[in-house]
Design a protein around this ligand. Structure first.
Ligand code: FAD
Length: 411
């Protein structure tokens, strides 16, 4: 069996893997990416946050992304029982990018992977990692199986696991631990939206809350080609007493929300429905001897604030300079410099996700008399800037959310 050697092996060519690969290549490192699928492939997670743009810029990947003509995005709109509210990300507390894109992920991920390849990173598609060995310090070993069943060993000083929901190293190294969040399920599809309503803004994701069940919410993510991604997130078991195929059930639940019913009255539901459940996940540690977990291969919280790709790219931008330092023979305190730093922002998102499902953050969002400075601080978090310690709402979040919510009327 052949053995191939590199400085760094990356598992997965999703956003975390491709961005980390290109950043490392720009630093002169020998990087190899091993990707299980053939691209383009479908992936969920289509609404980006402006914070992502900073990391694409660092990786010198902005140009092909902006050239693609993806749907421009400048904020988020929320709807509940006839109430509509909007957050404009350009009016946010934290400096930096205030706009971004909504992207069919098959195409977006392919652009990022192509950009890593153009920098000279070999990406081996249809190579699935099935085994890993970190017993020899400084010499990690991965085993891949290709589409013909051929096995190959790969060695490197470091492995970055960017395998997303594949969660390769968490499974192989027994790192998985339950999420703090209750298991939920999402039903979703793409539609030809045919939206012809005057007061609808395609530059914003629409998050709508079910009129009766505040834990059930929907996303409507418009693309630039007249199509939209549409999904509903609900507690496990929510559809147990409904009949019909998944597309009929999705459509039925969507039509229960008045704003979506109005917007999508002429839509063509032309694509089969997909579903994913129990996606919230955590790990005991985000790093260990010879490996680091990036993006969803580490912790995944919840889709409600579209934070997944931002966290994935933040993890890549944090890990890359540390990997480079370690390869130069310098000391790196991975626990402090990587894990604690990354988890700081994840904890901020967790507080807002918890408060969303508890209902308190929903009350704040629909408060019409919101003070402009509080709104700007919330906008910054919704735009992905959860690591900005100068934003007062990134610290002691749970207490602050409850204190603000106490001043807001019930939903
Ligand atoms: P991924 O994008 O999952 O990429 C991982 C790659 O690794 C894949 O290409 C996979 O094929 C490959 N791989 C897997 N196993 C192996 C293996 N054994 N060997 C080799 N390669 C392997 N995020 C947002 O930012 N915005 C959203 O609007 C949003 N909506 C969401 C809605 C739902 C319902 C859910 C569940 C998630 C949503 N997310 C969203 C989260 C988003 O999907 C992820 O956070 C994001 O894709 C993580 O990127 P990644 O690079 O870590 O992993």
């Amino acid at each position: 069996m052949d053995t191939m050697d590199a400085d760094v092996l990356i598992i997965g060519a999703g956003p975390a893997g491709s961005v980390a690969a290109r950043m490392l290549k720009l630093l002169g490192r020998r990087v190899v990416v091993l990707e299980k699928e053939r691209f383009p492939r479908f992936s969920i997670g289509e609404s980006l946050l402006p914070q992502c743009m900073e990391f694409l810029e660092q990786a010198e990947m902005l140009e092909p992304v902006t050239a693609e003509g993806f749907q421009f995005k400048n904020g988020a709109a929320f709807s509940h029982a006839g109430k509509l509210t909007e957050f404009d990300f350009t009016e946010k507390f934290t400096p930096g990018w205030g706009t971004t894109y909504q992207v069919p992920r098959g195409r977006f991920d392919q652009i990022l992977a192509n950009s890593a390849e153009q920098a000279g990173v070999p990406i081996h598609y249809q190579h699935s990692i099935v085994a890993a060995d970190f017993d020899t310090p400084g010499r990690a070993r991965l085993t891949s199986v290709d589409k013909n069943g051929g096995q190959r060993d790969w060695t490197a000083s470091m492995v970055l696991d960017a395998s997303g929901f594949g969660r390769v190293l968490p499974r192989l190294l027994d790192l998985e631990t339950p999420s703090s969040l209750a298991p939920r399920r999402a039903l979703f599809t793409h539609i030809e939206d045919k939206i012809a309503v005057d007061n609808y803004d395609r530059n914003k994701i629409l998050i709508a809350i079910h009129p009766k069940f505040h834990e059930v919410w929907y996303w409507l993510i418009p693309f630039s080609n007249g199509r939209s991604s549409l999904g509903v997130v609900m507690p496990q078991g929510f559809t147990d007493d409904r009949t019909g195929d998944p597309l009929q059930i999705l459509r039925e639940i969507v039509m229960e929300e008045p704003r979506l019913a109005e917007l999508l009255s002429n839509s063509n539901f032309d694509t089969p429905t997909n579903q994913i459940g129990g996606y919230s996940a955590n790990v005991k540690q985000l790093q260990g001897q010879g490996f680091v977990l990036l993006g969803n291969a580490g912790e995944f919280l919840d889709p409600v604030f579209s934070s997944g790709v931002s966290i994935a790219l933040k993890s890549a931008s944090l890990a890359v300079p540390l990997v480079d330092r370690q390869l130069q023979g310098q000391e790196v305190d991975w626990q402090v410099e990587y894990e604690q730093t990354l988890r700081q922002g994840i904890e901020v998102f967790r507080a807002y996700v918890d408060a969303w499902y508890a209902g308190s953050f929903q009350r704040i969002i629909f408060e019409q008399r919101q003070l402009a400075n509080i709104k700007a601080m919330i906008s910054a978090i919704l735009a992905g800037y959860a690591w900005d310690r100068t934003n007062p709402l990134t610290q002691r979040c749970a207490q602050k959310i409850e204190a603000i919510a106490d001043l807001c009327p019930p939903l």
